[in-house]
Design a protein around this ligand. Structure first.
Ligand code: UD1
Ligand code: CA
Length: 492
């Protein structure tokens, strides 16, 4: 679903390849977090993944990511971003965070001889569109017919506080960038700001970068000094003034993160309604991660969370307060209120809840039913089988058309190891049965209410008691009849 944006103008032969450098080494002090800013999540994905995803849409020759704080985790987040898989990516370690100029210098060895157009992005700007970046690159390469040495993406802000200001000369051409902390009161009046997104010709960038010194209020190497140096040397520095300030703004605080989260959430839900044919009873109180997929005519009630790469089929109804994480739900499934479904799979026509918990690869086959206060872990419930009330199914494999009575527990843990329970097809497990694993209940068998099953039950057998003893062999008809007898002792 990666839109390919052409960033190459018609006279292709004369232009150099496009590389992209993403700055992501900073901690992000204003987040007041122990976690690096680019690892904070937006729409369920780390900020750095958003920046990388957008970068891939420009089909660059190579993407470079400058990492520092929690470098390993940032690298992992980049590698886990699905769109990165077909893209060439290199990581560059900035050992000490001495400013954005220093961050770019860290890539000197890899890039100084690259002879490329280098698009520089920040890892904390997640909403910028590939179309906008493509237009920036295009303007940069066609500037005055021959291309610029540098082009800066700028926006005008009502309140430019905190940003680097764009200072223009009398002819309204670029002169320099002045950071907030170094700006005179007059310069602070300027409301055109540097968005932190630039194009450079690498042949011009690195010689100018070598001249940058940390002689400023923050004692940092500013990348923002480079365009001024290039201009002073007579190079062409262009400005790409963009209209949508929101789109290119970075996240610096958790307040901004929450604002962006609301924007992303609205977009996702809107896309699912307009393109996906999904009904949201209350869109502003529904939380769907950007990667999640939901099918047509599915109805999502308030306070539902659909997280990670979950997939929900057509014609489902997901009731209030349910969380679905990294799970696959088939079509025609009803999930009643307040269920938690994590890393699990539910086939077509199933029903779940209310108050059910499925986790660690719980699997329900077609038309299986899980009722209230049932927990399923690493277990499979066969086609048309039911477990309606107050039950724990752990490490259990349950066949088709089997009924698990209220209060059944698979005693799967002996304090050291977990053991498996196997219940075959057409079994009736009576209410309050304890299945002490490892144990197998053969097909068509019945356990009476309150049985503690410690030994395997052969097929077509009724067991009862503590510990459960064989009471009789069952013919097929008896198995049916027995069911009705047992039913009088068990709740449905
Ligand atoms: C920067 C610009 C400012 C611009 C603003 C736009 C500079 C000096 N200032 O300020 O003109 O208006 O972005 O949002 O560039 N980083 C590193 N290593 C470092 C320092 C930063 O990798 O040593 C990374 C950060 O992780 C971040 C990006 O560079 O992704 C920007 O750094 P940040 O500290 O947020 O810059 P601002 O102060 O916002
Ligand atoms: Ca920033």
């Amino acid at each position: 679903m990666n839109k390919q944006i052409s960033s190459t103008p018609a006279h292709e032969s004369s232009i150099v390849p496009l590389d992209i450098l993403i700055l992501a080494a900073g901690l992000g002090t204003r987040m007041r977090s122990r976690t690096a800013k680019v690892l904070h999540k937006l729409g369920g994905r780390p900020l750095i993944a958003h920046a990388c995803h957008t970068a891939t849409a420009l089909s660059p020759r190579r993407i470079y990511v400058v990492v520092g704080h929690q470098a390993e985790m940032v690298e992992q987040s980049v590698r886990e971003e699905p769109s990165m898989s077909e893209n060439a990516v290199s990581f560059i370690k900035q050992e000490e965070q001495r400013g954005t100029g220093d961050a770019v210098s860290a890539a000197r060895r890899e890039l100084q001889d690259a002879n490329s157009t280098l698009l520089i992005l920040s890892g904390d700007v997640p909403l910028v569109r590939a179309e906008t970046l493509g237009a920036l690159v295009h303007q940069h390469r066609t500037h005055r017919g021959h291309g610029a040495a540098c082009t800066i993406l700028t926006v005008r802000l009502e309140d430019p506080t905190g940003y680097g200001r764009i200072i223009r000369d009398e002819e309204n051409r670029f002169l320099k960038i002045v950071e907030q902390k170094d700006a005179t009161p007059e310069e602070r009046q300027v409301n055109e700001i540097n968005a932190g997104i630039y194009c450079f010709e690498t042949r011009a960038l690195f010689p100018a970068l070598a001249q940058v010194e940390p002689l400023n209020a923050q004692g940092e190497y500013y990348l923002t000094d480079v365009p001024g140096i290039l201009r002073a040397e007579g190079e062409d520095v262009g400005i790409y003034l963009h209209a949508d300030a929101r789109e290119v703004s970075g996240i610096n605080t958790r307040v901004e993160l929450a604002e962006f989260e609301a924007i992303v959430r609205r977009r996702t839900v809107r896309r699912l309604m307009l393109d996906g044919g999904v009904t949201f009873i209350d869109p502003s109180h529904t939380y769907v991660d950007t990667e999640a997929q939901i099918g047509r005519d599915t109805i999502i009630h308030p306070d539902v969370h659909v997280e990670g790469n979950s997939v929900i089929g057509d014609d489902c109804e997901i009731h209030a307060g349910t969380r679905i994480t990294n799970s696959r739900i088939g079509s025609g499934v009803t999930i009643k209120d307040h269920c938690v479904i994590v890393d699990s799979e539910i086939a077509d026509g199933c029903a779940v809840g209310p108050f059910a918990h499925l986790r660690m690869n719980a699997q329900m086959d077609e038309r299986a039913v899980i009722g209230n206060f049932v927990e399923m872990k690493k277990s499979r419930l066969g086609r048309g089988s039911k477990s309606m009330h107050l039950t724990y199914l752990g490490d259990a494999t349950i066949g088709d058309k089997t009924n698990i009575g209220a209060g059944t527990i698979t005693c799967n843990y002996d304090g050291v190891n977990k053991h498996a329970t196997i219940i075959e097809d057409n079994v009736k497990i009576g209410s309050d049965t304890m299945l002490v694993a490892p144990v197998r209940v053969g097909k068509n068998s019945v356990t009476a209410a309150g049985s503690v099953v410690t030994k395997d039950v052969p097929p077509n057998t009724l067991v009862a008691g503590v510990p459960a003893q064989v009471k009789k062999q069952l013919t097929n008809q008896e198995s049916e009849k027995q069911e009705s007898e047992v039913r009088s002792q068990k709740s449905e």
